[in-house]
Design a protein around this ligand. Structure first.
Ligand code: CDT
Length: 346
């Protein structure tokens, strides 16, 4: 039985340091309206969508830093974001939104939420687990910093997959399911959320796929040339951008295949303040690892595809039937050791 959903990555181009938050949200609303015109059901916005990617800057004052955060428990009721939620309800479109979260206790997280239009509320929240970069800025004044370890705590919500109501018709519900039937792949879609650097860590995808995930969504801010952080050999800025894009596609396609799930990636991209270049390449990928749609620009752009979640069954029941093929007695090091312990010398 087909379980189709029309989905989109809402790629967002340059957002400058002094951008007006309302104007930025208006751009998101415009993308949502375009999605409505194309009968899209789910729109994925990027990581830290509401501001420039501020972890590249060193803020000395807490007050100044706090201007880049959303405060309080529910971002969709905040002054700026509520217009986006209203628009989503009007068109019955779900959305995923990344933002910097300051909790009421004062902790900073790099967060995203899933807003369900049918439910009229946030049904899941995820806080970025893998924070790249450094706590202290580089001494080299020309280096581009990534101070996420300074401004955010690692996410404390784990990788909680969740079912989304209202996206597919005829979803099997627990009241009508037979107790002894195999109901795998028949219920409401199972989703998981990641944020940017998380996409490079196979453990994150695997924890989701062990919960039957059918669609993983994530936003990103990926510098096209971050020589101080990538550790790559010297290359031209064109080569560096091509390489960053290659790795971004590589991890999305490979992990979608190895976990037999669809994925949507959504980029904050373009030249922030005319000098910080972020890659684009927002894309929708199927469970066989093929891209179904990909951004053609480095600006605001809606990347749309219709996906049929029943296509996950092939991988989940054959090549990657975890129950039959995984050998957990051999994987212990993955959860008992963090860094590499190289073998003794011969
Ligand atoms: N935002 C984010 O996580 N960006 C990182 C940049 C790499 S830093 C080495 C990324 O993984 O794309």
């Amino acid at each position: 039985m087909a379980r189709t959903v029309k989905v989109a990555a809402a790629q967002v181009g340059a957002v400058h340091l002094d951008a007006d938050r309302k104007e930025t949200v208006d751009r998101l609303v415009a993308l949502l309206r375009e999605a409505a015109a194309q009968k899209v059901q789910l729109v994925v916005f990027p990581e830290c969508t509401l501001t420039t990617f501020f972890p590249r800057y060193l803020f000395e004052s807490q007050e100044e830093l706090d201007m880049y955060f959303e405060h309080g428990e529910d971002v969709t009721t905040s002054e700026h974001v509520k217009s986006l939620a209203e628009e989503a309800r009007k068109h019955n479109i779900d959305f995923v939104l990344g933002y910097a979260e300051r909790t009421t206790e004062g902790t900073g997280y790099n967060t995203c939420i899933y807003y369900s239009a049918t439910e009229g509320k946030v049904v899941s929240k995820y806080r970025k687990v893998h924070l790249p970069g450094t706590k202290e800025p580089f001494e080299d004044p020309d280096a581009i910093n990534q101070l996420e370890k300074r401004y955010f705590e690692p996410g404390n919500l784990g990788f909680q997959a969740f079912r989304v109501p209202g996206l597919v018709s005829n979803a099997l519900k627990k009241d009508s399911a037979g107790a002894d039937e195999n109901n795998a792949g028949k219920g409401d879609p199972i989703l998981g959320m990641l944020i940017c650097n998380d996409r490079r860590w196979p453990e994150a995808w695997r924890v989701y796929s062990l919960q039957g995930v059918e669609l993983i969504v994530f936003g990103f801010n990926t510098g096209s040339n971050m020589a101080h952080l990538w550790g790559s050999k010297p290359m031209s800025s064109e080569q560096a951008e091509a390489e960053a894009l290659f790795h971004s596609r590589l991890v999305q396609q490979a992990n979608s295949y190895m976990n037999a799930c669809f994925s949507i990636s959504s980029a904050r991209c373009g030249f922030d303040d005319g000098k910080f270049d972020l890659i684009a390449g927002s894309a929708i990928c199927n469970p066989e690892g093929h891209l179904l749609a990909e951004a053609k620009t480095k600006g605001d752009e809606l990347v749309v595809a219709e996906i049929d979640l029943s296509e996950c069954r092939q991988g989940k029941e054959k090549t990657f039937d975890f129950a039959r093929h995984r050998r957990i007695e051999t994987y212990g090091l993955v959860v008992t050791q963090t860094g590499v312990v190289e073998l003794p010398l011969l």
